[in-house]
Design a binder for this molecule. Structure first.
Ligand code: SF4
Length: 270
């Protein structure tokens, strides 16, 4: 078995993200427990209580997440779903807010933990739980998507990393033959009647060429044009971790953003 993948660097061999789901779960999950590095409130979504999870199934070169993504065995502590819920609820109550989310790395790792947490959220004062995912676990297991989406407070934000197979491999470090998995997750969410939208770094010309952006848009519109009309298009922010990972990957860390694409949803509304 190859060494555990850390960050994209010279002579990188693309990995199988499905296998990485399992290998990472073996490190960051222990029955109902999952590793976190922190619980806190941030201002996004109008104020949201956030659990910062450890471990991911991709290795994006522009990733902002702390080093627990790359060294999950060294960082973070295990929390049961009850303990994670109590920490989220305590932070929310202090700030007087009713939204919660899991962020950091990939929240869908550790099915038992996540479902246990959602069960507790469903019977609580929280009115919304936002799940931010890269779509790997949801693309390979439709029953997981159906179960998660059976909770009424769940809202999913699925983040696509690339518009072509080659760009997927170059940006995520994963094998290009896994490119379709996040799109399958989109289909699974649609079939499950989920409340969700799709996001991508496609407003950023530094990380997405016009051709790749069109390819991504076409792929989404093929599944359902409404997905494109609601696509959240972001740019990459130059966090310290982002810059370091870009440097390791041999990419430029010169980061001026001189222009950005007009979002498809804005164009479609004109
Ligand atoms: S950007 Fe998201 S999906 Fe990509 S490696 Fe970081 S946490 Fe994982």
């Amino acid at each position: 078995m190859r060494e555990y993948p850390r960050y994209v660097a010279e002579n990188w061999i693309p990995f199988d993200p499905v296998e990485l789901v399992k290998r990472t779960e073996a490190i960051v999950c222990r029955g109902d427990e999952r590793k976190y590095t922190d619980f806190y409130v941030v201002g996004v979504y109008g104020g949201i209580s956030t659990g910062y999870t450890v471990g991911c199934s991709l290795r994006c070169v522009f990733c902002w997440v702390d080093w627990s993504r790359d060294y999950p065995e060294r960082l973070g502590d295990f929390y049961t779903s009850q303990e994670a819920f109590e920490n989220l609820a305590a932070a929310a109550s202090k700030a007087g807010i009713k939204k919660a989310r899991l962020s950091g790395a990939e929240p869908t790792l550790g099915r038992e933990h996540l479902l246990g947490l959602l069960e507790l959220v469903e019977d609580s004062d929280f009115d919304t739980f936002i799940l931010e995912t890269n779509g790997v676990a949801f693309g390979i297991d439709k029953s997981y998507v159906e179960k998660v989406c059976s909770y009424e407070k769940v809202y999913v934000r699925l983040s696509l990393k690339a518009g072509t197979r080659e760009d997927f491999e170059a940006k995520t470090g994963a094998r290009k033959d896994a490119f379709e998995i996040p799109f399958q997750a989109v289909k699974n969410l649609l079939d499950s009647g989920a409340r969700f939208h799709v996001a991508s770094m496609s407003a950023d010309p530094r990380f997405m060429s016009p051709d790749e952006r069109v390819a991504l848009a076409e792929r989404l519109a093929e599944i359902d044009p409404v997905l494109l009309a609601n696509l959240e298009e972001e740019v990459v922010d130059p966090y310290d971790t982002t810059l370091k990972r870009l440097e390791f990957a041999g990419r430029t860390t010169e980061f001026p953003l001189t222009r950005r694409y007009v979002a498809f949803k804005d164009m479609l509304r004109e």
